[in-house]
Design a protein. Structure first.
Length: 339
């Protein structure tokens, strides 16, 4: 079975596994207070160009989003997100369970927010009888493969300053966005109040790095991590992984591999005459295929189904990763042509 189900079906890059094994019994301080985490923080601060940034490590994406948003907002304040945003549709109401409303806005076709969309949400919440929109949540890449450029991020930063909003970028698939020409790490460091660098979906066993530029959000952040169940006792396991990802361009290299194979899939599927639900330059592709064809492919391949545009077709999601082999892509395209 060849899986294009997601970008975290495999373990981790061999270099990470090797270092984890070598350090297995070296002994470390707990709760991310170890030398590996300290070194990883230094590497991340250098990469984002923010020597004073607070950097923390958590295990997973939902945990990261919940902790960050709880730290940023007061009880009456809310999140502005695209309706397709991860915090709106794939986190089991984690943000609402923490006491903060997610205001789901109609995003663009590729899952983005724009300055005008953000302004409209603010205008629709004018007084104290409603929640107060305070934080703009965006994903790069978006949940449907869209990529924010540096210019788009700067425009959102401008409206955030205009309306007194915080800007948070969920970087669970940030590697793919960087490899696709999206906003750079330095631009994120300059424009976002807080953002994450995803490791789970780009070569790590698990782990997300949180970068905080706003001192008010950074204050007491470790207390909030602990209270929300996010403080890993064996925190050095996170530090070791980000030490490797942030060295020698490995993070970008792994994402570039995933993107290249996704685009190979995209171009091959398009050459067979099939269309796509979304225009994605990322490692996620969303072809619309006939059900009779998919039936023939199911024994050899696995994917996620995203919906049915009509009674005879289904939109599927094909995801490539750092570990996807070119032969897997070629096998899918050959089988699709045959089917």
């Amino acid at each position: 079975m060849i899986r294009f189900t997601n970008d975290y079906s495999e373990g981790c890059h061999p270099r990470i596994l090797e270092v984890l094994s070598a350090s297995n019994t070296e002994g470390n301080f707990g709760y991310s207070t170890d030398p590996h985490c300290d070194h990883a923080r230094q590497l991340i601060r250098q990469a984002i160009g923010r020597a004073g940034a607070a950097v923390h490590f958590l295990v997973g994406g939902t945990q990261t989003n919940t902790v960050c948003i709880c730290a940023a907002l007061r009880p009456h304040q809310a999140v502005i997100a695209a309706a397709t945003g991860h915090v709106c549709v794939h986190e089991t109401g984690a943000i609402e369970a923490s006491g903060h409303k997610c205001v789901a806005a109609p995003g663009t076709a590729d899952g983005k927010l724009t300055p005008d969309i953000i302004r409209a949400v603010c205008d629709a919440h004018p007084d104290e009888h409603m929640v107060q929109p305070k934080l703009v949540y965006i994903s790069n890449t978006t949940e449907v493969g869209g990529v924010y450029t540096g210019a788009e991020l700067a425009a959102i930063r401008q409206v955030c300053d205009e309306r007194g909003l915080l800007l948070y970028l969920d970087g669970a698939r940030l590697g793919s966005a960087l490899a696709a020409g999206g906003a750079t790490l330095a631009e994120l460091g300059a424009l976002c109040d807080i953002f994450s660098i995803g490791g789970t979906k780009n070569g790590a066993l698990f782990g997300e790095a949180i970068c905080i530029q706003d001192p008010a959000i950074a204050e007491d952040f470790r207390y909030i991590i602990k209270q929300r169940g996010g403080m890993l006792a064996k925190g050095w396991l996170l530090g070791i992984q980000f030490e490797q990802l942030m060295r020698d361009g490995l993070y970008e290299e792994l994402a570039a591999h995933a993107n290249a194979l996704a685009l190979r899939l995209r171009d091959g599927i398009a050459a067979l005459g099939y269309g796509f639900a979304f225009d994605s330059p990322s490692n996620q592709q969303f072809p619309i295929l006939p059900d009779r064809v998919l039936k023939k492919l199911r024994e050899e391949f696995h994917w996620e189904e995203m919906g049915k545009p009509d009674t005879e077709h289904t939109t599927i999601r094909l995801v490539t990763s750092w570990a996807t082999r070119p032969e897997a892509v070629d096998a899918f395209l050959t089988a699709l042509a045959r089917a």
